[in-house]
Design a protein around this ligand. Structure first.
Ligand SMILES: Cc1cc2nc3c(=O)[nH]c(=O)nc-3n(C[C@H](O)[C@H](O)[C@H](O)COP(=O)(O)OP(=O)(O)OC[C@H]3O[C@@H](n4cnc5c(N)ncnc54)[C@H](O)[C@@H]3O)c2cc1C
Length: 397
């Protein structure tokens, strides 16, 4: 069976896919979005923390907002607590399923067509178009697009098949929503025994619920269950039994995020902050750049890899350094012992170092590289000294 033709076919209705669909449909292009779930945002595994900048750039309203964040408590492996606060609101916790639905509605209002319960099983080049194979309720259908945007999250099969390479490094994120006891503020917990290679979090979402989650190099579900047990024993949460959702988070980028008549954006391209695993904002930046490059390419009717390579050039210019410094910082952090992490807490806690960093202009919720460089300047733990040496070639350390 054969479906109709579009200018742009977007695979995946996550925040990156729906945003690019919104921009391109607003510019008058004929856009179709295929989503394998029965509704966008269903069973999302995400905390929904985004910067105020990201919130406004996505054009969201307060209906999506759950809480505002201007402070956080950081816990060291030995349990030491460092509370940091800024005057200005830095971020919002948003209702992630509602965020996805809102972006779908915005794109639809500009004319983008959505097909849910439609799994894209293959994308095949047919010279002057791309053939997209859809499996929907047991039937197979082919649609065609002048160009395809892969916004299907961290699923390496399609990018690899289309010659864009494969992201090999990833973390695993796991999260549960549980009934809260004594949790009032956003908390971040460090320690290689709590969340190896990354960190855990507790985020109040409503008066009696919190998200408890973590990122880890492996076995995230097991570590999360252990973390939930310990919060329950301390009376911090009142129920520990809850559905745990799990999802891989890429830490690395595609070798080529473009090809003939194809681009990858968001998690599919690895546009994720390596320090926190947050991908909504960088995926949004990637989607904006993709829309700009695709608009020009569609208008000129030049959708060759040569023309679309501008997309990678532009997003690497904007985010490349940020991503590479973040990767090094994460690599070094994974090698620190719990004692060394406690030592870094000591350094931050002494003589107002943390406050000075927060107020120095080096702190940004989304752009971490200045903060990373500022921390490196002050630290002497061995793995950090190693990346200090590596980064000294590109920054004055
Ligand atoms: C536990 C956890 C907590 C997180 N918390 C945050 C946070 O607080 N803030 C933040 O910024 N980021 C967070 N992230 C990361 C964030 O969820 C992702 O970076 C973000 O969802 C990426 O958006 P995307 O649109 O690129 O991909 P996705 O949101 O993954 O969307 C991809 C869509 O494509 C669909 N799809 C996949 N394959 C196909 C196919 N073949 N055919 C049709 N449809 C398909 C999927 O169903 C999905 O709807 C978190 C991640 C985890 C694991």
């Amino acid at each position: 069976m054969s479906g109709r033709s579009y200018d742009v076919i977007v695979v995946g209705a996550g925040p990156a896919g729906s945003y690019v669909a919104y921009e391109l449909a607003s510019l008058g292009h004929d856009v179709a979005v295929f989503e394998e779930k029965s509704a966008s945002g269903l069973n999302a595994c995400c905390t929904g923390i985004i910067s105020t900048e990201c919130f406004h750039s996505l054009g969201l309203g307060t209906d999506v907002m759950l809480t505002e964040l201007n402070s956080a408590k950081f816990f060291s492996p030995s349990g030491r607590c460092l509370k940091l606060q800024t005057e200005k609101i830095q971020a919002y916790v948003v209702d992630r399923p509602l965020l996805d639905e809102t972006l779908v509605s915005k794109a639809q209002s500009k004319g983008a067509q959505y097909f849910c319960s439609s799994h894209v099983s293959d994308v095949i080049s047919a010279g002057d178009s791309m053939q997209v194979e859809i499996l929907c309720s047991g039937t197979r259908e082919i649609f065609s697009g002048r160009v395809v945007v892969l916004a299907n999250g961290f699923r390496p099969r399609l990018p690899q098949k289309l010659g864009m390479g494969k992201i090999r490094n990833f973390l695993v994120g796991a999260q549960a929503e549980v009934e809260a006891g004594d949790v009032e503020e956003f908390e971040v917990h460090f320690g290689q025994k709590i969340a190896p290679g990354a960190f855990a979090w507790v985020v109040p979402t409503s008066t009696n619920k919190v998200y408890v989650g973590l990122l880890a190099t492996a076995q995230a579900r097991l570590y999360l269950q252990e973390f939930l047990n310990s919060l329950f024993r301390q009376g911090r949460i009142t129920r520990r039994e809850s559905e745990i959702r799990q999802k891989a988070v890429p830490v690395g980028t595609l070798a080529r995020s473009y090809g003939d008549r194809v681009l990858a954006i968001g998690d599919a391209a690895g546009q994720v902050k390596p320090t926190t695993g947050g991908g909504i904002y960088f995926g949004h930046v990637g989607a904006k750049i993709a829309a700009q490059v695709l608009d020009e390419a569609l208008t000129r009717d030049n959708l060759t890899a040569g023309q679309l390579s501008r997309y990678q050039k532009l997003w690497k210019e904007k985010m490349g350094k940020e991503l590479s410094r973040g990767h090094w910082a994460r690599w070094a952090y994974a090698k620190l012992s719990d004692r060394q992490i406690d030592g870094i807490f000591d350094m931050f806690d002494s003589d107002g170092v943390a406050e000075a960093l927060l107020n120095s202009g080096n702190f940004s919720f989304d752009w971490h590289s200045k903060l990373i460089l500022a921390v490196l300047r002050q630290s002497s733990a061995y793995p950090l000294l190693k990346i200090k040496h590596l980064l000294s070639r590109e920054a004055s350390l």
